[in-house]
Design a protein. Structure first.
Length: 116
């Protein structure tokens, strides 16, 4: 299983970024996909989740600003992030707990830096 995240970068406060995570080696369409983030000296935290049917859940910090989506034809999950603030600075990871093997898989992480 491979999760390849991309789309991170540096942006000014109020800006937007779109993260992508391409999955391989799993039956993508049946799995719940997540985005996590880890800021320096902080624990990794769940940001957003999307079920196989497209139902979504968000951390309070992400509600109203972030949108998680998926394209099963491309085996890809996205995280659209708007109105970014310095508090959103972190390494962002995509994650899946395989429904077949019940194992956890993580992408390599993509850095998001929000600063003026």
């Amino acid at each position: 299983v491979q999760l390849q995240a991309s789309g991170g970068g540096s942006v000014q406060p109020g800006g937007s970024l779109r993260l992508s995570c391409a999955a391989s080696g799993i039956i993508f369409s049946i799995n719940v996909m997540d985005w996590y983030r880890q800021a320096p000296d902080k624990q990794r935290e769940l940001v957003a989740t999307i079920s196989s049917s497209g139902n979504t859940n968000y951390a309070d910090s992400a509600k109203g600003r972030f949108t998680i989506s998926r394209d099963n034809a491309k085996n890809t999950v996205y995280l659209q992030m708007n109105s970014l603030s310095p508090e959103d600075t972190a390494v962002y990871y995509c994650h899946v707990n395989s429904r077949v093997s019940n194992r956890n898989y993580w992408g390599q992480g993509t850095q998001v830096t929000v600063s003026s």
